[in-house]
Ligand binder design. Structure first.
Ligand SMILES: Nc1ncnc2c1ncn2[C@@H]1O[C@H](COP(=O)(O)OP(=O)(O)O)[C@@H](O)[C@H]1O
Ligand SMILES: [Mg+2]
Length: 281
């Protein structure tokens, strides 16, 4: 695999070097290009938030990063390796975990079975240790191990989804709207307690969120994605008070966690209300 020796742009801002990054990434569906020229990244111990209105291309960006759809242009780098257009399972082997926006748990299986599915590539003897690691990070799951996932609350299901990918001890996590469908207080808790804990353990977390304030308050860096391009890359505090973010999010970024629909500057800011927890594909 080609090593890429180019310095990352993160050095200037005092951030750690990017562990996972995209440069000039373009992607879309069929003939249509949804994102283009996207350059961003995240380092070890960081949470970098990608925020933006509904339909901005956040999920598309994540899918092009993770080989779910082809990257038409640009590169994806992990730990200096060019991993552009590698399949998601190959990326998982390399330590890049993906938690999609929906269909991220096996609803009919119990918590323990879900965690075991996440460790299917492991040697059998390691599975128990890895489950113990997940439970040490998310102790709230311990008494729920034998419960079917569809009987859990939305927040608990999200932890199972993250715990499942945690089984492979990834160095980088890509989380697509982990708070979708969760109430405001629960969203804040998920980000501040659980997602923060993942970054504190030294992993890199790329976090896509529509709950802008909660996401930025938990993150060390923010990217604003609008119409498929990065319109702003800044420290979270700067973004929270920025008129640019305000313009594109239709309100002070600080208030944007309001799940009510708001129509401003031609974009609609809304939150998913009914997440689906179907079987994974
Ligand atoms: N599977 C798909 N096929 C065709 N177009 C899609 C598909 N998924 C998303 N899109 C389009 O791509 C654009 C960006 O969507 P998406 O990346 O899901 O935005 P976000 O995650 O920021 O809400 C939207 O116009 C959407 O209709
Ligand atoms: Mg999305």
């Amino acid at each position: 695999m080609r090593k890429c020796g180019m310095p990352t742009s993160s050095a200037e801002s005092g951030r750690p070097p990017h562990l996972l990054e995209v440069r000039d990434l373009a992607g879309g569906y069929g003939g249509s290009r949804i994102i283009s020229g996207v350059t961003l990244g995240v380092g070890r111990g960081e949470i970098a938030a990608i925020v933006g209105p509904n339909g901005a291309g956040k999920s598309t960006l994540i899918k092009a990063l993770l080989g779910v759809i082809p990257a038409i242009e640009g590169v994806v780098l992990h730990d200096g390796d060019d991993v552009t257009n590698l399949r998601t399972d190959e990326l998982a082997r390399r330590g890049i975990a993906y938690v999609p926006q929906s269909r991220n748990v096996f609803a009919t299986l119990n918590v323990e079975e879900n965690l075991k599915m996440g460790g299917y590539l492991l040697n059998k003897k390691d599975v128990g240790d890895r489950i113990a690691e997940v439970l040490a990070t998310f102790p709230i799951l311990t008494p729920l191990m034998r419960r079917s996932v569809h009987k859990l609350s939305g927040g608990e299901q999200k932890l199972v989804a993250v715990g499942r990918v945690m089984m492979m001890r990834p160095s980088a996590y890509v989380l697509d709207e982990p708070t979708s469908g969760l109430a405001e207080q629960l969203s804040k808790q998920l980000l501040e307690e659980h997602v923060a804990r993942i970054a504190e353990s030294g992993s890199a977390v790329l976090l896509v969120e529509q709950k802008v304030r909660a996401a930025l308050e938990t993150s060390s860096w923010g990217y604003l994605l609008v119409s498929g391009s990065v319109k702003m890359s800044a420290p979270p505090q700067e973004m929270l008070t920025s008129s640019v973010a305000e313009m594109f999010l239709g309100q002070t970024a600080g208030d944007a966690q309001d799940p009510g629909l708001k129509q401003t500057a031609g974009v609609q800011l809304g939150a998913e209300v009914s997440p689906s927890f179907e079987l994974d594909k």
